[in-house]
Design a protein around this ligand. Sequence first.
Ligand code: KG4
Ligand code: ZN
Length: 342
Amino acid sequence: AQDLTLLGLESSCDDTAAAVVRGDASGSAHILSNVVLGQSELHAAFGGVVPEIAARAHAEKIDIAVEAALAEAGLDLSACDAIAVTAGPGLIGGVMAAVMCAKGLALATGLPLVGVNHLAGHALTPRLTDGTAYPYLMLLVSGGHCQFLRVDGPQAFTRLGGTIDDAPGEAFDKVARLLGLAQPGGPAVEACAKDGDRAHPLPRPLLDRPGMDLSFSGLKTAVLRARDTLIAAHGGLPRAARADLCLGFQSAVRDVLAEKTRRALAACPDVSTLAVAGGVAANGALRSALQDVATEAGVTFTAPPLALCTDNAAMIAWAGLEAFAAGARDDLSLTPRPRWPL
Ligand code: KG4
Ligand code: ZN
């Protein structure tokens, strides 16, 4: 297949990102640049992403990200075949920033636009990093999402199940807050869990129910109760107890995700790869449990490098490249879609 070069733009959550990817749609790609300008320090004081602050920061930084991505790739925009941009789902003010920027660039250069679903970007990342062949099973676990997707093509996704309440990353973040740990909560809880030696017993939500749906909000409440009981008993939360609570929480999340993954693989007997993406895929305990599930089922396990698990624009450029090769085109009427199921 023919080599294509795409510029990708992403601003749907709290990272302003631009990247240049070159490759062919069969699944061989080079990331020529991958610029991510985070804004977590802007939101730190508020305990979560503040939409207005995010939107303004994206609008201020997206041009800078694009220039940096082109410079790092050593390319002029005219060397690109198309511009891919996240058109949703996400915070409307944020999504708008990259979409407006992409439209301006398209208008100035005459390059075609390709609107990309942010979730498709995550879901197609194993093709970008490993050239994983279709069909494969994707577990997407992030701060905002949790679903099992059967991926049959660049625009062919089947949702097999997912969370009925919180996403696991959101639960990690809330648990970190409950236990006085730093944000983002995932890495902080994982680090704290390393000091635990007896996992605090916590429930395994929805494990007794058939299917692939998941729930994490009850688990977070169970952590809150356990914390309060410990504080009442000790007049504070001892370090060792906090570590055991982190270990217990992480183990519960790992166990339910592993078991539901086992079921999802059983539902897709023709699939030969299990892939994972999203920020929570950075979790070491989860990765090794999923590796075991894959080995057990006789399929290959693939997890992108950490920088491509979390939000980035290389995945958007890649998803745009596959869609573009398949004939997808958008024009200046492209509009942000804050809600956009795959
Ligand atoms: O994919 P992502 O960057 O953003 C979206 O939500 O789209 O994921 C961020 C989430 C945060 O909730 C963060 O706490 C979680 O991923 N996370 C982790 C780890 N690293 C990041 N969760 C568990 N363990 C980790 N090591
Ligand atoms: Zn994401």
